[in-house]
Design a protein around this ligand. Structure first.
Ligand code: NOJ
Length: 476
């Protein structure tokens, strides 16, 4: 079936979760309100230096810390069944540890959770979405093994505090992005550039932190709270640049192993990195004169601890790449060179906003099938998918809705033809918000936010009204 043909049925499965996602730093503002401690994003933005578009910050953002009611109105207007948001770690624990607990932070999130539940909306809560407390970063952040236990303690605190009401937990959002862009390229906070080495240590610690938190939940809370815990993984789909080239086909395998497999293989398969990733990094490290592989190893005990630590699969999908074999033998260590692959955007794919986001709806269907086949047919939630518009964006975003419609149509084929066990779909994002180093120049919202107006009014784009129809009928 080609990607333009109609799906076999326009109906989504009964009980399908219809959601939208946000994250604390991107919407809350109130960066130092009521005792909140700084996070690495507060520091990164306040340092200026042009790393963020026009040196913008999340100091105010959508004002959600004081304007939660406005967000709730948007959520209710859409008729969402689920809402995904993240807790600001340093709003709850200003120095990252339970040494001091900020009651006002607890009250803020209790209100959100209570209001959602009172309106029949299920909360999906992310513990950490890029905004590590600066105090923890000062002690090494993800580069330090100690952070594994600090994160676990934070997770335990959250399960204990909110777990009687929250049944879906996500430990870490997009560890691949944190590692590659936060600690290898330094494009996002904490802005560290440690190519080819630091990036893997950071990933290693995040996997252990996630797994420990999962065990903490299952050991101490699961029996009483009956919830589920997972991790949100981002991945592009990849196609060979030249479909007839075996080298390009192999490069695709490596690209997927380094992007999705890096975290999904240990968690869903066997507690260890994908064999392709291990062999690539090990042989490159040898060539480069390192004594050991730059990819750290898990002990047997750690592998046992990591394997099977997700109760469902959370996928953040945005785009697809054409991947070409590229021999990177004589280059300096980097995660890119380790892959011997070049990832290219096909010029025929539309790029409506942010430059990396080429719209490829059929890529999502293929990725879902790949996840089903590779990671033991898990229950899958698409915890993020969306399209940016460049500021200023028209409220009539018909073209963008067309991308959503095509994407939902591909998802239906995944469900009805490929028998993917898909449980839900979350749009990124409920609101226009602070798009990391792109600042407010990119608008991902279902609701427009007027950042020039101190009241920060929210207005639905046409996509919001269309999405509402799909949700109310559970049908495209
Ligand atoms: C994934 C991230 O989780 C989210 O924070 C970001 O805004 C979107 N991608 C869009 O880039």
């Amino acid at each position: 079936m080609d990607s333009l043909s109609n799906p076999p049925s326009f109906q989504f499965p009964a009980g399908f979760a219809w959601g939208a996602s946000t994250s604390a730093y991107q919407i809350e503002g109130g960066w130092d309100a009521d005792g909140k401690g700084p996070s690495v994003w507060d520091t990164f933005c306040h340092q200026g230096g042009g790393r963020v578009f026009q040196n913008q910050t999340g100091d105010v953002a959508c004002g959600s810390y004081t304007q939660w009611e406005d967000d709730l109105k948007c959520i209710k207007q859409l008729g969402l069944t689920h809402y995904r948001f993240s807790l600001s770690w340093s709003r709850l624990l200003p120095d990252g540890t339970t040494g001091f607990i900020n009651q006002k932070g607890i009250a803020y999130y209790n209100r959100i959770i209570d209001d959602l539940l009172a309106n029949g909306i299920c909360p999906l809560v992310t513990l950490y979405h890029f905004d590590m407390p600066q105090a923890v970063e000062n002690q090494g952040g993800w580069r330090s093994d100690k952070t594994v236990e600090i994160f676990n303690e934070y997770a335990r605190f959250c399960f204990d505090t909110f777990g009687n009401k929250v049944k879906f937990w996500i430990t870490i959002n997009e560890p691949h992005v944190v590692a590659e862009y936060g600690y290898e390229q330094g494009l996002i906070a904490p802005g560290v550039t440690d190519p080819g080495i630091g990036v893997y240590h950071v990933g290693h610690n995040m996997i252990k932190a996630h797994a420990k938190a999962w065990h903490t939940y299952h050991l101490l809370f699961k029996e009483k709270q009956h919830g589920q815990v997972s991790i949100s993984l981002d991945s592009d789909w990849a196609e060979p640049f030249d479909p007839s080239s075996v080298k390009d086909q192999e490069a695709v395998q490596r690209y997927l192993a380094f992007n999705l497999g890096w975290f999904a293989h240990p968690v869903f398969i066997n507690g260890d990195y994908p064999p392709l990733m291990k062999s690539q990094i090990s042989s490159k490290s040898k060539q480069q004169g390192f004594m050991d592989s730059r990819l750290p190893e898990f002990t047997d005990e750690e592998m046992k601890m990591i394997q099977g630590t997700a109760d469902f699969f959370c996928l953040n999908y945005y785009t697809t790449r054409k991947v070409k074999h590229q021999d990177s033998s004589h280059t300096k260590p980097s995660i890119k060179a380790d892959q011997d692959a070049d990832a290219i955007q096909d010029p025929s794919w539309p790029v409506p906003g942010i430059e990396w986001l080429a719209v490829v709806p059929w890529g999502l269907r293929k990725l879902l099938k790949f996840i089903k086949d590779t990671f033991k047919d898990p229950e899958i939630y698409i915890t993020e998918n969306g399209f940016a518009q460049i500021d200023p964006a028209p409220l009539d975003d018909s073209q963008r809705w067309e991308y959503f419609r095509q994407t939902l149509s591909e998802i239906l084929k995944g469900v009805h033809v490929d028998a993917v066990n898909l449980k839900g779909y979350f749009v990124w994002s409920l609101l226009d918000n602070f798009e990391w180093h792109y600042g407010y120049s990119q608008r991902f919202g279902l609701f427009h936010v007027d950042f020039e107006n101190p009241k920060l009014p929210r207005t639905p784009y046409r996509s919001a009204l269309e999405y509402k129809k799909v949700i109310s009928q559970n049908c495209l």
